[in-house]
Design a protein around this ligand. Structure first.
Ligand SMILES: NC(=O)c1ccc[n+]([C@@H]2O[C@H](COP(=O)([O-])OP(=O)(O)OC[C@H]3O[C@@H](n4cnc5c(N)ncnc54)[C@H](O)[C@@H]3O)[C@@H](O)[C@H]2O)c1
Length: 288
């Protein structure tokens, strides 16, 4: 259902790789709400993924850009403003990647070159997007920029690895840049902290299905879906949230404020009499 919340607005959406991507749903919803937008992803993702297909569906263009490359970002903003016919009103940063997670490096044995890559792609790229936009004066007054985060920025989650550090930095950048961009040009910057969601990036996290189940049992409203995340993004891009900035906003069914739920406790109790096959003191539990 459309409320025309983004009628006449122009946007850029990063990170729509395939129909599971959260960014994919956001782009579809933004289009439905009356926005015009461009899509962007890395050259490799554009070749391997389906970004171009979505662009055709939304009657727009997909521009290849590595979000860690300032020159690419410069080109992206200039091309987007040309294609859309004016300055940008909203940007979605929906980018995450950790080579340490991919190569299963344990958090206490990180490869530091990989860590640099994780931080650059998943967090510093957000700063690069904002700095590029500001230098080009590419975002309209009361524009809105949103990046997607995860509660591992505040609390420790087994297996989330160096992505937790990246998300903490991402949320800090939203605050630091939010002050400058807000004061100067009334541009809002927020992060949405989303429930675990089945996507290409999400499924890379160790024990993802168990995490998904645990979060579902812990959250009074259940996990938020990618579609529900898209709905929340639309409200933040709209004029209805003009004074919301520098926030990390949880879209997680209540998970982040829970300690223990009955549903999670009951499930835990079912397994109490069973030790895992290798026994509690086994070497495999060393890192649990
Ligand atoms: N899926 C989850 O459980 C979950 C939960 C909370 C937050 N998030 C966050 O949501 C965002 C989107 O992830 P998703 O789950 O939709 O997965 P996804 O794999 O569909 O999206 C990740 C995107 O990042 C892009 N990307 C990677 N490196 C890039 C680079 N250098 N430049 C530009 N783009 C690059 C990928 O091509 C891909 O399109 C990420 O920030 C992720 O951390 C996901």
């Amino acid at each position: 259902m459309s409320y025309n919340l983004l009628q006449g607005k122009r946007g850029i959406v990063f990170g729509a790789l395939n129909p599971d991507s959260i960014a994919w749903k956001v782009a579809e919803r933004a289009h439905e709400e009356g926005a015009t937008l461009t899509l962007t992803n890395t050259a490799v993702a554009m070749r391997m993924g389906e970004t171009q297909k979505l662009a055709e569906k939304l009657n727009t263009i997909a521009i290849s850009a590595d979000a860690t490359n300032v020159e690419d970002l410069n080109n992206l903003f200039i091309q987007s403003m040309e294609a859309l016919g004016g300055k940008i009103d909203f940007v979605l940063h929906s980018i995450g990647m950790s080579p340490n997670v991919r190569k299963e490096r344990h958090y206490s044995d990180l490869d530091y070159n990989y860590l640099n890559k994780t931080l650059d792609v998943s967090a510093v790229s957000f700063h690069k997007v904002l700095q590029t936009a500001r230098k080009l004066d590419a975002i309209n007054e009361w524009g809105s920029v949103v990046a997607l985060s995860y509660v591992a920025a505040q609390r420790t989650f087994y297996g989330y690895n160096d992505m937790a550090d990246a998300k903490a930095l991402l949320e800090s950048i939203a605050r630091s840049f939010g002050y400058i961009y807000g004061r100067e040009r009334r541009v809002r910057i927020n992060t949405i902290s989303q429930s675990p969601t089945i996507t290409t990036a999400g499924s890379g996290v160790a024990g993802f299905n168990r995490l998904l189940d645990f979060a579902e049992r812990m959250s009074p409203l259940g996990n938020a879906t990618a579609e529900e995340c898209a709905d929340y993004c639309i409200t933040l891009f709209s004029d209805l949230t003009r004074k919301v900035t520098m926030q990390n906003l949880f879209n997680d069914g209540g998970f982040s404020n829970m300690g223990m739920s009955l549903r999670a406790l009951q499930q835990y109790e079912k397994g109490l009499h069973e030790d895992c096959e290798c026994g509690p003191a086994a070497e495999e539990h060393h890192f649990d």
